[in-house]
Design a protein around this ligand. Structure first.
Ligand SMILES: [Zn+2]
Length: 490
């Protein structure tokens, strides 16, 4: 049985084919898979969505047909065999590429979040266009090796020292878009408005100082004018692999009166909006002292919440905050490993999901780049807090790493192996010591013990990016990371 989609245009590109031993398929294909007599594993939802012997076809960047139950002996010549488990592409919904330089350098020894931020500022101070491109390309290549096919880059380092504009005021944003292409990823550049260094009681903003001057545009109006200079098409695309989104760095950095202009820009362009929210208790305390409202309430009153909006972290929320986020169908992007690394706390992920918020995942400060670990710790962190198991289930965890992440980045047609979707495939052969002996439920064993190191093949937008564990566009990823980090840190 075939699922051909007539809306996928027949271009000049040849049809590519893969044959997956096991693949995680969208629910819509489940009925068809059963009709086709595919071997479906397990009685759980996760098992029910795992199909065997799946012939996957693509032309250009999109899947054209997905056929479970195709015997290996009957696939067309040239079909690439994918042993083990094949997942849709993973979405890393929250990244600050240059923070990767801080891995292992500012985590231990009792340093606080705020001390970590000072180290981060020191890196930001030293980055120029050349060093930033090299670092970002290497970091995105590391992501590709981990199975990430789309990244949401929360970008706030816009200008040169002292806030001086580059001749192209969007030079660093364009550089990140080029870096993603060079590493084989799609990207949503979440261009962040960053206007203030906090606020004092009463709500007056603290002027930017030092390296923060590189982040600021002066006003939301000036931010919108600069961002409009990207010259995106009517669909918000900056390039075939790149779309633009808006970001509010946080309520600390954008005074409430400036928010409506950012929201208006996002609505006019159909663009996603992302914002850091309540990562630290101090942010909430200062916001309450300044405005008599929580950060979530400030965003709600400004009309900033909704299905196109994603709140990052959402660690310290009141019950009303949870209602506002869930009721507005805002996505929440959890970054469990960064939140652990920075001692932020554990956010109320199950309550948010129950209230209506889709959950996505990001590696944020990149203390680790591993979406499988992030998914695992979305569940395990709740077990530690509640002393109960089973908060999300494997289907929920896979959705957080795939469909929810892509959707909140403005790519709803990605994250599923289904005709018409972006042709992204992530294959784990299940032959490592960590995964061997997983039996008939490979997804369960991958979520229990799989890591980025188990990802062996990655296809993104129909293009081979990783083959046999080797990045095809960036030959020496560790070497390039070491060189790029060495250029900005002593
Ligand atoms: Zn962040």
């Amino acid at each position: 049985m075939m699922w051909h989609v007539t809306t996928v245009e027949a271009g000049a590109e040849p049809t590519r084919r893969w044959h997956a031993e096991r693949a995680w398929l969208a629910g819509a294909q489940l009925a068809g898979a059963q009709l086709a007599g595919a071997q479906l594993a397990g009685a759980q939802l996760a098992g029910a969505q795992l199909a065997s012997d799946v012939l996957i076809e693509a032309r250009g960047a999109r899947f054209t047909a997905v056929t479970p139950g195709t015997p290996a002996g009957s696939v067309p010549p040239g079909t690439v065999r994918l042993p083990g488990l094949t997942l849709p592409g993973l979405a890393n919904a929250h990244s600050h590429a240059f923070h990767r330089a801080l891995r292992g350098r500012a985590g231990m020894g009792g340093a606080t979040f705020w001390a970590w931020r000072e180290r981060m500022y020191a890196v930001a101070e030293r980055l120029g266009p050349d060093t930033y491109f090299d670092l970002a390309r290497a970091v995105y290549a590391e992501m590709a090796l981990a199975g990430v096919t789309c990244v949401g880059e929360f970008h706030y380092l816009h200008h040169a020292a002292g806030g001086k504009r580059y001749s192209d005021p969007n030079e660093l944003g364009r550089l990140l878009i080029r870096a993603a292409a060079a590493a084989g990823l799609r990207i949503t550049l979440l261009d962040a408005c960053y206007l203030a260094g906090g606020f004092v009681a009463g709500g007056d903003p603290v002027p930017l100082a030092g390296v923060q001057l590189r982040f600021g545009d002066g006003s939301a109006g000036a931010w919108a004018e600069r961002v409009s200079g990207f010259g995106c098409d009517s669909l918000g695309m900056a390039a075939p692999h790149a779309r633009l989104g808006a970001a509010v760095h946080s309520v600390r950095a954008v005074p409430p009166g400036q928010l409506p202009e950012i929201i208006a820009w996002s609505r006019a362009h159909g663009a996603p909006v992302h914002a850091h929210l309540s990562e630290q208790p101090l942010e909430n305390a200062e916001c309450l002292a300044a405005f008599g409202q929580t950060p979530a309430e400030v965003l709600y009153d400004a009309g900033a919440l909704g299905p196109r909006t994603t709140l990052v972290h959402a660690t310290h929320l009141s019950e009303r905050d949870v209602e506002l986020l869930g009721g507005s169908r805002s996505t929440v992007c959890m970054c469990p490993l960064t939140e652990a690394d920075l001692a932020d706390g554990v956010g109320p992920a199950p309550a948010l999901a129950a209230a209506g918020s889709p959950l996505a995942l990001g590696s944020d400060g990149h203390s680790v780049i591993d979406l499988l670990e992030e998914a695992r710790w979305l569940e395990l962190s709740q077990r530690l807090v509640t002393r109960r198991r089973g908060h999300f289930g494997v289907a929920g965890l896979v959705a957080a790493a795939t469909t929810a992440g892509h959707a909140c980045l403005g790519w709803p047609e990605a994250g599923e192996i289904v005709p018409g979707a972006y042709a992204d495939l992530v294959t784990l052969p299940l032959d490592s010591p960590r995964l061997a002996g997983g039996g008939n439920d490979p997804l369960a064993v991958v979520l229990a013990a799989g890591t980025a190191a188990d990802v062996r093949n990655v296809v993104a937008s129909g293009m081979d990016v990783v083959r046999d564990g080797h990045h095809l566009l960036v030959d020496d990823v560790p070497g390039e990371l070491a060189a790029a980090i060495g250029a900005v840190l002593d």
